[in-house]
Design a protein around this ligand. Structure first.
Ligand SMILES: Cc1cc2nc3c(=O)[nH]c(=O)nc-3n(C[C@H](O)[C@H](O)[C@H](O)COP(=O)(O)O)c2cc1C
Length: 325
């Protein structure tokens, strides 16, 4: 009997497919349908602190009373947070799979306030969607790491549910950061978040946005870092996110060492049927390979378990290019 149960960041999932934070997961009824379609867990759409501020700013522009500013900000904030807490409560009412809340804030005090309320609303875990893109020429690399450390420590002091950090691949030393986060209490790491992708319209000569969705070629970086981190950092728990569009990619992520696999663009583009397709083919593959449980092959091809771990490192590109005519 094939068993696809997996443990991720202290949660037990009936299978490794998690629906990534997005508009797909912003309503309890959507989440119920995703559970029925086979999902192992759901990460709710993020609560964005920045969005709360933008909405208050636009309301304030329409107000001729500057004294109203504080009131408007606090009204918008309370309203948005309450809606989010309601999303958690309703999703928990209609789903049996774990519901992971997600917050995206950029001031560390706000993270703490949200985290406490989210736990009280019944979320099974909390994913912190963190993206500090350092562009200050005078900032040193340690300052970004210190912000992450401060954040995870404070959130872990505040809540007792598992806390995952969804991080960016635009970091100086990803393994060092991952190790620091794990040592400082992160229960899981989500590799990676994906934000606004800038592009340039050459005819209008304007900066535009492109590629809201990932594509299968994005998987390569996800695999590389999953394999390296899972091979180097004992006890780390990883969910991949970015570039998983088919069942083969799910298996690749598990072989690289992921405990779970988040999907988002694939569901937008192929519909929620992709979830059961991925699970059916995963089970078929496990049966062909004589695996009963995911633990029998998880991490089999990570950095620590292959004879030539440099295959995950950059020097191999040079060999490839030097052979290519
Ligand atoms: C329309 C859309 C909305 C998203 N909203 C969020 C969000 O609120 N919070 C978040 O952490 N990630 C958000 N993401 C990023 C996804 O969770 C995911 O990390 C990213 O799309 C890469 O995974 P994929 O290759 O499976 O799409 C969003 C992605 C899309 C396409």
């Amino acid at each position: 009997m094939i068993n696809v149960e997996t443990k991720y960041a202290g949660l037990t999932l009936r299978n490794p497919i998690i629906i990534g934070s997005s508009g797909l997961t912003n309503k309890a009824e959507h989440n119920k349908r995703l559970e029925e379609a086979g999902a192992g867990a759901i990460v709710l759409k993020s609560l964005f602190e920045e969005q709360i501020e933008l909405q208050s700013d636009s309301l304030m522009q329409n107000s001729d009373s500057p004294e109203a500013a504080d009131y408007i900000y606090s009204y918008v904030k309370t309203n948005q947070i309450n809606q989010y807490l309601e999303l958690i409560e309703k999703s928990k009412e209609v789903c049996t799979i774990p519901i992971i809340a997600s917050i995206n804030c950029y001031k560390s005090d706000a993270w703490i306030e949200f985290a406490r309320q989210i736990e009280a609303a019944g979320a099974d875990a909390l994913e912190l969607n963190v993206f500090f893109l350092e562009t200050d020429l005078t900032a040193d690399a340690d300052s970004v790491e210190e912000r992450y450390i401060k954040l995870i420590r404070r959130v872990k002091e505040t809540v007792s549910i598992p806390v995952m950090i969804k991080t960016s691949k635009m970091q100086g030393n990803i393994p060092a950061l991952a190790q620091t986060l794990t040592v400082n209490g992160a229960d899981g790491l989500v590799l990676f978040n994906r934000f606004y992708q800038p592009d340039i319209d050459i005819f209008k000569q304007e900066v535009t946005s492109s590629n809201i969705f990932s594509n299968p070629a994005d998987l390569s970086d996800t695999l590389r870092w999953t394999a390296i981190l899972s091979g180097k950092i004992p006890g780390i728990s990883i969910a991949t996110s970015t570039g998983v569009h088919d069942w083969e990619s799910v298996i690749k992520c598990l072989l690289a060492g992921a405990d779970a696999v988040q999907i988002c663009s694939a569901v937008y583009q192929q519909g929620q049927e992709i979830i059961s397709q991925m699970l059916t083919r995963l089970e078929e593959w496990m049966s062909q390979q004589n695996y009963q449980n995911i633990s029998e092959f998880k991490g089999k091809l990570n950095y620590a378990n292959i004879p030539n771990p440099t295959l995950y490192e950059r020097s191999q590109f040079m060999k490839y290019y030097s052979k290519r005519e």
